[in-house]
Design a protein around this ligand. Structure first.
Ligand SMILES: [Zn+2]
Length: 441
């Protein structure tokens, strides 16, 4: 349970954080998409092209309905007559951030978790909707959910698509599928039971399948290094997912299980706490993705564990895993493993004076990425991993107008993400601290 419990502790703290609530809970966005036919122009800011790091100074971004229709310097692109003008002078425009390892329904051990012990699905989905809205207001316009319960995630996704709830664009893996005794709740055994479990999730709307292919560090049975799924189970499950054009990712603490899964074409690994150099080399070669969630094992998270009264042995474990985890991340960056940002904490959660999402990106730079690479890991790389890069991931003509506004250039200093003060999703302004659109939200 280690890797699940670790972030869950931290996330509850954030849920209880009055500061975070004050910032993100105050106002609901009235709309999440600009109506068709309406035109908005963001004028005068510097647009960051995340693909190549180019900056377009004094730029105009024209948005019609939900999508970007023109981008360029003001000398070439004029705001259309009648467009709503939003002045972005002196600021930087970046694509909406993406967080690829999120659980909106997280329940943690501890006092706040105990309160949720008898939570019904109806209660949970409302709580998830609240977390979704706070995530969007933190600048995260797309998430991938990596294990929720009872189809609550599919209900939330549909509600957001219909405008009935406010939140990021969602891709979800539905329920985590594991062999009996494994590191999760949806237990199945035998290749065709895995196939059926995957098909059930896909039928409900899963665009990913998540499995746990090793034990957890604090599980009471089994060995973290064990690879409990049989070759047949793994190969059939991955085959079924791929036949449905759905990707497969794994929670995994075992190099042996990692190699086995790579053999059958797995698409990604979460966390990567114990990935070895041969595994990382193979991932780079196969273009298998790593979603690091480094933020959960580093000192910034320690403050949470202490505040919620985690025992000493637990803090010691965080420290020891944290060192390994950091070394794996550094090596993955050096070896060119494709990396997509994920936190395993609520995207908006307080972490060292910013959000978990922004802190995760900063840690990538500390571990060896350039600021541009870290920004890519938070934008265009997740879009590619989800195969949605024709729609999202950069400020490019034809894509959805998912845009955040910053006070500094994030390609020079990734810490500029801390100044995020404006969020647009699908052309609709969902947060505007400085009232750039003429109305603070
Ligand atoms: Zn997780």
């Amino acid at each position: 349970m280690y890797s699940l419990r670790l972030p869950r502790f931290a996330s509850l703290m954030a849920a209880a954080s009055a500061a975070a609530l004050a910032v993100f809970g105050a106002q609901a966005a009235s709309a999440q998409a600009q109506p068709d036919g309406e035109v908005t122009a963001l004028v005068g800011g510097s647009v960051v092209s995340v693909e190549d790091g180019r900056i377009i100074p004094d730029a105009v971004v024209v948005i019609e309905g939900q999508r970007i229709v023109r981008v360029g310097p003001r000398s070439e692109v004029q705001p259309p007559v009648g467009a709503r003008i939003i002045s972005t002078e002196g600021r930087w425009l970046a694509p909406g951030l993406m967080n690829m390892h999120v659980h909106f329904g997280l329940k943690l051990p501890g006092a706040a978790g105990a309160e949720l012990q008898n939570e019904t699905d109806a209660q949970q989905v409302l709580r998830m909707a609240h977390n979704a809205e706070r995530s969007l207001r933190a600048g995260v316009t797309s998430v991938r959910l990596t294990s929720e319960l009872h189809g609550n995630d599919f209900a939330l996704k549909r509600a957001i698509q219909r405008g009935e709830a406010v939140g990021p664009r969602i891709e979800t893996a539905g329920e985590l599928i594991v062999p009996t005794g494994g590191h999760g709740f949806h237990e199945v055994d035998g290749p065709y039971a895995f196939a059926r479990a995957a098909r059930e999730q896909i039928k409900q709307g899963a665009s990913w399948i998540k499995i746990a292919i090793s034990g957890g560090i604090s599980d009471t049975h089994g060995d973290i290094a064990a690879a409990p799924m049989t070759d047949e189970e793994l190969s059939v499950l991955i085959d079924v997912a791929h036949r449905n054009d759905v990707r497969v990712t794994a929670h995994n603490g075992s190099p042996q299980a990692a190699m086995q899964a790579l053999e059958y074409g797995i698409d990604a690994f979460e966390h990567g706490y114990h990935l070895t150099e041969p595994v990382l080399r193979r991932m780079a070669k196969d273009e298998a993705w790593l979603i690091p969630t480094i933020v959960v094992s580093q000192p910034g998270a320690r403050a949470f564990y202490q505040r919620i009264g985690s025992p000493d042995w637990y803090l010691a474990r965080v420290d020891s895993v944290g060192k390994d985890h950091w070394a794996v991340l550094q090596q993955a960056i050096r070896l060119g493993v494709p990396i997509a940002l994920g936190t395993d904490q609520f995207p908006f959660e307080d972490n060292e004076g910013t959000t978990a999402t922004v802190r995760e990106a900063e840690l990538y730079v500390d571990a060896g990425m350039t600021p541009l690479q870290a920004l890519q890991a938070a934008t265009i790389q997740p879009a590619r991993m989800m195969r949605r890069d024709t729609d999202i991931g950069s400020i490019t003509v034809g894509k959805y107008a998912d845009i955040v506004i910053l006070d500094g250039d994030p390609t020079k200093d990734i810490g500029a993400l801390r100044s995020l003060s404006f969020v647009m999703k699908g052309g609709a302004v969902v947060r505007d601290d400085h009232g750039l659109s003429g109305q603070a939200r």
